[in-house]
Design a protein around this ligand. Structure first.
Ligand code: PEP
Ligand code: MG
Length: 869
């Protein structure tokens, strides 16, 4: 088995094995682009490293050294040679790119001897010793895990001692002194010398990359992005080229189109006389790529040609890294570029129009979860116009954010947990800030360009970010932000306009987004492609309208319990629950009937001629009961029942396990009058809206939490009797459907019997997951987080359906249901109905619709289209 591939042995289709970076380096090599030669240690080697107790097996070591000798052959250089030393970079590269999460080592191969060789060869001793001190520093930090600050302290004190203002003022001798002290530091910290043998350096570096796969930041990033830990990372070993060889050298990153807004124009930055990480880390502020045309006219032309070629080759927007060494261009990386949702939409539509991709491909170019960004508010125009602009930075990631400022990730996280919207303000961000970036509404940094860590990560998360804001002073210690004469303290409000790159004073109102233009176009394509219908879960006209605006084609679940909580009604609801007799209960219900009828009318009107599924009352009764003594006293006065009696009754109704108790269809079995009232309201509302609006409403009445055919039959009989009675009384006749939820495992197991009574099934995968796993929906958040940390769960089964277990029940119920009733209507209304992976599953097993919350409707439309291509 092969664990190491030279760049000329792979291709872009080998991402699983070579990682994204490795596969693309191989592809670029294959199509003849100038790529410094190298090799890739596979992800399988990483997995073996972990299987074999964090060691590298001898056969893999042998493979690495074999490819190394090929590399020496191709470059004509040699590891450890003084005359012509081979130097390499070692970089991680998983299948899915994880920006800022993993580590890079440059200049590997340098030691006390080869550094002299490099000095002679380049006729530039200063460059050679600067490379060596950078290498020791990087290796010490990443491989040996010696705190970076200790290296910085040595470096800064030397600068100070010699009176050097800038790094470039340090002479060769100064750098040599620094190297001596760096090596002393290593000896002190590690109890051993800095490794001088390049092969040892290489093997230590490879293992460090493997180790970094499981560092905290990498694990957190994977969790946030649903990347399984089992895929492992590859390691790329590539011969070095130098961007820091003087003014004819440089390095940069560029996108073939603008990743913030999608504009078709080369977009990026470069730095003259600099090495790789300088740009990405945002330590020096780089120049826009267009200025490269002046600095390196020939190279710029070549780079433009290659970037166009790469975009056509991959038929997608590319994110490229390159280095210029003495006027010669080298490509170090290309990958499909990360982009904002707005950019993704524009690029997909533009590329279809350019004939680069077809509609089906265009639809797959949008991450469904990302379009969330487009559905959320922007600043109110008037308030924005009136707002005081404090300063401008780079528009690193679009959107609008208003919040209180915090100066480190932990404070931002704590503030958000306490219900305060936060804006994270930092000099520059690093991967350690990730949790704070996730929690914050927006991010503001003093340093760093459009491709700095803050910018890249914020865009990926769809979070508003203004970076490289040179005019602000951030004192992270004192927790102050100074802009001109304004001084802001922790907890003061500011606002960020990530689209314009502006920082604004105070709090600014936000407004809903626009859904036309390119976004409308791509959603229309999605609608043409998908076969699943998309309904929504809504229980009031406002949400129903919002969902229709977002493209919902019906209501899949109208939960009636929310309507019972309204202020005027809750006393009647409680009276109904606490009633001693059927008569008393009917009296309370008759008070509720007109309210329910008007609820349903509002919803029918909002939905027009789209289908509406209304579910009978479902929740545990205890949710409606008073809990504290205080509440019981209040209620006793309100409904005129003596306190003692009320307290006793409440006690009687107490349940230890309400989610498994008096709820769902059990309510209607034990108190049929509740179902009667609701059925009457549903039909009366339909009759009136049919008359008033001329709409052909066909109510779909849904009975929840059924586990037995007979219990469904019992409640159905109540409903049918009521409906027939009302229709006869009103002198009308029209169709209606009665169906059930499948949300108890027994219902799935006996779906063939249940289908004898049910005209439709709607899978309640929230309860079905709860009951199949025996995991409480409401109490197990922490446990599930720990299960995910330990890799027991890849996903939270309440968010993405557990296809193996719960999904099997759903599939079985679909088959059994169809066997009894071939034209049975099938849908899903649990939270999973808005989750792209679960939607794909629903498509594959033949459901006819998914139903999700209004804001997820566009996501579901897109995910359904992607499932169909
Ligand atoms: C379900 O259980 O999946 C469902 C949709 O019902 P609820 O969330 O109201 O229990
Ligand atoms: Mg349920």
């Amino acid at each position: 088995k092969k664990f190491v591939y030279s760049f000329n042995e792979g291709s872009k289709d080998m991402k699983d094995l070579l990682g994204g970076k490795g596969a693309n380096l191989a592809e670029m090599t294959k199509i003849g682009l100038p790529v410094p030669f190298g090799f890739t240690v596979t992800t399988e080697a990483c997995n073996r490293y972990y299987e074999e107790n964090q060691t590298i097996a001898d056969d893999i070591v042998a493979d690495i050294f074999e490819k190394l000798s090929d590399l020496e052959h191709v470059t004509g250089k040699q590891f450890g040679s003084v005359e012509n030393p081979l130097l390499v970079s070692v970089r991680s590269g998983a299948k899915i790119s994880m920006p800022g999460m993993m580590d890079t080592i440059l200049n590997l191969g340098l030691n006390d001897n080869t550094v002299e060789g490099l000095a002679k060869l380049t006729e530039n001793p200063r460059f050679a010793y600067d490379s060596y001190r950078r290498f020791i520093q990087m290796f010490g930090d990443v491989v040996m895990e010696i705190p970076k600050t200790k290296f910085d302290a040595i470096f800064d004190s030397k600068k100070e001692k010699e009176g050097c203002e800038f790094d470039v003022d340090l002479t060769t001798e100064h750098l040599q002194d620094i190297i001596v002290n760096y090596k002393k530091l290593v000896k002190e910290e590690m109890g051993r010398n800095f490794p001088q043998e390049p092969k040892d350096q290489l093997m230590e570096a490879v293992m460090a990359v493997f180790r970094s796969w499981n560092n905290e930041r990498a694990i957190l990033y994977r969790q946030l992005n649903d990347i399984p830990g089992s895929i492992g990372t590859a390691v790329n070993v590539q011969s070095m080229v130098f961007g820091n060889m003087g003014d004819t050298s440089g390095t940069g990153v560029a996108f073939t189109r603008n990743p913030a807004n999608g504009e078709k124009k080369l977009f990026g930055e470069f730095l003259v006389n600099a090495q790789g990480e300088d740009v990405v880390a945002g330590i020096r502020t780089p120049q826009p790529i267009a200025e490269m045309a002046e600095a390196f006219p020939e190279v710029y032309k070549e780079f433009t040609r290659i970037s166009e070629l790469l975009e056509k080759h991959y038929t997608d927007m590319q994110d490229m890294e390159f280095t210029v060494e003495r006027n010669k261009l080298f490509m170090l990386q290309t990958r499909n570029g990360k982009r904002t949702a707005a950019a993704a939409v524009k690029i997909a539509v533009d590329m279809e129009k350019e004939g680069l991709i077809d509609k089906k491909t265009a639809v797959t170019r949008l991450e469904p979860a990302m379009i969330d960004q487009l559905l959320h508010p922007k600043f109110d125009d008037a308030e924005l116009a009136a707002a005081e602009r404090l300063t401008k930075g780079l528009p690193a990631s679009p959107g609008a954010a208003t919040g209180k400022i915090y100066f480190n990730a932990a404070d931002a996280v704590a503030a958000v947990e306490n219900g305060n919207p936060a804006v994270l303000v930092r000099l520059e961000t690093s991967p350690e800030d990730l949790a704070g970036m996730v929690a914050a509404e927006g991010i503001l940094t003093a340093r760093g360009g459009m491709t700095s860590h803050a910018a890249v990560v914020a865009r990926g998360m769809g979070k508003c970010c203004v970076s490289g804001c040179a005019e602000i002073k951030v004192d992270e210690e004192a927790k102050t932000l100074t802009i001109g004469s304004d001084v802001f303290k922790e907890g003061d409000y500011i606002s960020l306009d990530g689209t314009a790159g502006e920082v604004l004073k105070g709090q600014i109102k936000t407004v809903p987004p626009e859904l036309s233009g390119d976004f409308g176009t791509i959603m229309q394509w999605a609608d043409e492609i998908r076969t699943l219908k998309i309904r929504t879960n809504a229980d009031n006209p406002r949400d129903a309208k919002q969902a229709v605006d977002f493209g919902a084609e019906g209501i899949g679940l109208c939960r009636t319990e929310h309507m019972f909580f309204e202020e005027e009604r809750i006393p009647a609801v409680r009276r109904m629950i606490l009633a001693d007799s059927e008569e008393e209960r009917r009296e309370a219900l008759s008070f509720l009937l007109p309210y329910q009828k008007s609820d349903f009318k509002g919803i029918y009107e909002a939905m027009g001629d789209r289908p509406v599924t209304i579910r009978l009352l479902d929740p545990p009764l205890h949710e409606f009961l008073p809990h504290t003594d205080e509440e019981i006293k209040q209620l006793s006065a309100q409904i005129n029942v003596p306190y003692e009696k009320l307290a006793k009754k409440t006690e009687e109704l107490h349940e230890f396990n309400p989610m498994l108790g008096h709820r769902g269809c059990r309510l209607a079995v034990t108190y049929p009058e509740i179902a009667e009232m609701q059925a009457e309201a549903i039909i009366m509302a339909a009759i009136e809206v049919r008359k008033e609006q001329g709409l052909d409403i066909v109510p779909e009445i849904m009975i929840p939490l059924v586990g037995l055919k007979k219990e469904l039959a019992d409640v159905k009989a109540t409903v049918v009797q009521t409906v027939e009675k009302v229709m006869e009384r009103e002198g009308v006749k029209f169709d209606y459907l009665i169906g059930t939820m499948i949300e108890i495992p027994r219902a799935a197991l006996t779906a063939d019997e249940i289908a004898e009574e049910a005209e439709f099934f709607s899978f309640g995968t929230n309860d079905l997951t709860q009951m199949t796993f025996g995991f409480s929906r409401d109490d197990t958040g922490q446990i599930i987080r720990e299960y995910r940390d330990k890799g027991i769960f890849d996903d939270d089964p309440f968010q993405s359906i557990d296809q193996v277990g719960v999904g099997q029940l759903v599939k079985m119920a679909v088959e059994k249901g169809k066997a009894t009733r071939p034209n049975i209507k099938l849908g899903i209304c649990g939270e999973h109905g808005g989750d792209p992976k679960s939607i794909e599953f629903c498509h594959n097993i033949g459901l006819q619709y998914v139903s999700c919350s209004p804001f997820r409707v566009p996501i579901a439309r897109l995910a359904a289209a992607q499932a169909a291509v």
